[in-house]
Design a protein around this ligand. Structure first.
Ligand code: DQA
Length: 148
């Protein structure tokens, strides 16, 4: 099973940006965490972060026929990007939306998620652990697909 982990704008600033909301651990620590649980779960993974919407669209398109599923934290593009939604719909891969913080308890503008419409699940407010929960969810879905 091969999963693509996508992270949107400003997540490269983890550890520095608003640590009271996003924690004190760095983006490098997040990458290490993802690689480590993927090793345990026998998942092949690629991790990509960009501050640019088009680069994220390219990464989603590039996943077509190369990956079995996508874990995506679109960060601020969650709340604005029809382009990311359309890209996820275009490739048709199972996708799970992840947020480090509990967006449901934050500002009104964070209550809208476009990408959610193309995701089988949203996991928010579990910090780094949310990425593992997303991978486990995709793994269960894909096992179901494979075993059917
Ligand atoms: C975020 C939540 C978004 O609202 C915000 O713009 C981010 C990070 C999260 O992981 O909690 O950059 O996606």
């Amino acid at each position: 099973m091969k999963l693509l982990f996508l992270n949107g704008p400003n997540l490269n600033m983890l550890g520095i940006r608003e640590p009271d909301i996003y924690g004190k651990q760095t983006y490098a620590a997040l990458e290490e965490y993802i690689r480590s649980f993927c090793g345990e779960l026998e998942i092949e993974c690629e991790i990509f972060q960009s501050n640019h919407e088009g680069a994220l669209v390219d990464a989603i398109q590039g996943a077509y026929r190369k990956f079995d599923g996508i874990v995506i934290n679109p960060a601020a593009y969650t709340h604005t990007s029809v382009a990311l939604l359309d890209a996820l719909k275009a490739v048709g891969l199972p996708a799970v939306e992840v947020h480090l913080s509990d967006v449901s308890k934050r500002e009104d503008f964070r209550q809208v998620s476009y990408v959610r419409l193309a995701c089988c699940k949203t996991i928010a407010g579990h910090g780094f652990e949310g990425y593992r929960m997303a991978a486990e969810c995709l793994s269960a879905i894909l096992d179901g697909i494979i075993n059917d």
